[in-house]
Design a protein around this ligand. Sequence first.
Ligand SMILES: Cc1cc2nc3c(=O)[nH]c(=O)nc-3n(C[C@H](O)[C@H](O)[C@H](O)COP(=O)(O)OP(=O)(O)OC[C@H]3O[C@@H](n4cnc5c(N)ncnc54)[C@H](O)[C@@H]3O)c2cc1C
Ligand SMILES: *[C@@H]1O[C@H](CO)[C@@H](O)[C@H](O)[C@H]1NC(C)=O
Length: 432
Amino acid sequence: MKLNKVVGNLITKIPWFVVCGRRNLSSGVEKERVDCVVIGAGVVGIAVARELCLKFRRNVLVIESGSTFGTGISSRSSQVIHGGIYYPPNSLKARFCVRGRRLLYDYCKEHGIAHKQTGKLIVATRNEEVPKLNHLLNRGNDNGVEGLKMIEASEAMAMEPQLQCLRALWSPTSGIIDSHSFMLSQLGEAESHGTTFCYNNTVTGAHLEGNQIYLHISETESLKNWESQQHPPSPPDILLVPKLVVNSAGLSSAAVARRFSGINHGVVIPPSYYARGCYFSLSNTRVAPFKHLIYPIPEDGGLGVHVTLDLDGQVKFGPDVEWLDHIDDISSIQNKFDYTVRGDRGNRFYPAIRKYYPSLKDDSLQPAYAGIRPKLSGPGEGFADFIIQGEESHGIPGLVNLFGIESPGLTSCMAIAQHVATKLSSRLGPSF
Ligand SMILES: Cc1cc2nc3c(=O)[nH]c(=O)nc-3n(C[C@H](O)[C@H](O)[C@H](O)COP(=O)(O)OP(=O)(O)OC[C@H]3O[C@@H](n4cnc5c(N)ncnc54)[C@H](O)[C@@H]3O)c2cc1C
Ligand SMILES: *[C@@H]1O[C@H](CO)[C@@H](O)[C@H](O)[C@H]1NC(C)=O
């Protein structure tokens, strides 16, 4: 459905929806005043919309370029609820992961979302990795992760007979979640409290008039011929004039922000790097070899090829790290990302997995799926935190940009939503 129809319906069907008149610009593009806009219906955008409408009774319009919710990063993750061990103390990743995990488990219990607190073993398979486990233990303790315990190889291998390791760090709070059911539940709550999800519509840019943001929206379908030229092939279908905007466009959030004229791009918008991660599933096994999540020592860019479990007990391995070449902003906004899993990537999986699972059989791995991490640091550059930017960074009142929401973004999403609301609190009014 066309967005102006959606907004039009809102005026008639939902009288309290904040639409303050229509005016045509000289260009003839329709202009609508709205309350809050969230760009992107991934796990984070949905959580933000839910928070804004439930706690602050705001009317929210979520603009999503895909044909439904959760088609981006959020449907391509490991679906692991992380403890919060890896990240530097006091980083947003550390704080939001620990807080978000508690919120997530509570939410799952309250709303009957399928999940399982499986626990996880981080394993050292070579002598030189043992000190790294100690480092992770200290870090996890500093971050407030509950119940961490260093265990001997014999104890770990008693828990997991197929496992081979020298020592292991046991994290009892780690688990898995059905992230699709979680998104569906949060989306339902948001919809019943004044959020409208508008699919098949893309934010192609924005401009400022004074301090007011004008978002440019086009039907995704009409952008098919938008190649690398500066402007979309046709003028936007509608300009939205919102009081608040949360840019939660996942892999495209920096590209979207770079198309906001009036923002000092070079200074506030970080460079984007993309690291694809492929998963392989285990075939030819009737009985899953593991009951817990098994992770090696983290590698550059990711957490290492690990064992994840589905809620039905199926085992998969991944994700690896493959840095993608630069993706231009327009391709990014159009979600032209390549998710193919080439079978030959599996060749690197066997030696990596056999370090902790020596009896992995030849030819037992099947390509499964791939996800892409929105990174803020390139190969070898080390840790980069989530960036959640308000007016204090970019000078535009009512705009929050979310950059680099890679892992542990699923675990953190409810804490991120609360943080975004706090950032906007002076403009949100009282909470309920
Ligand atoms: C391989 C992999 C494994 C992961 N594993 C885990 C894990 O086990 N545990 C964990 O906690 N986290 C994990 N993560 C991280 C987690 O999946 C992400 O942090 C989270 O899903 C990000 O959600 P999001 O809403 O920010 O992004 P997305 O889900 O990508 O949502 C953004 C949405 O914006 C839309 N969009 C983009 N541009 C526009 C535009 N211009 N206009 C309108 N809409 C637009 C997109 O279509 C998309 O639907 C993993 C990530 C990856 C890549
Ligand atoms: C979005 O577009 C797809 C086809 O691209 C169509 O099948 C679907 O019905 C559209 N969804 C909405 C809500 O208009």
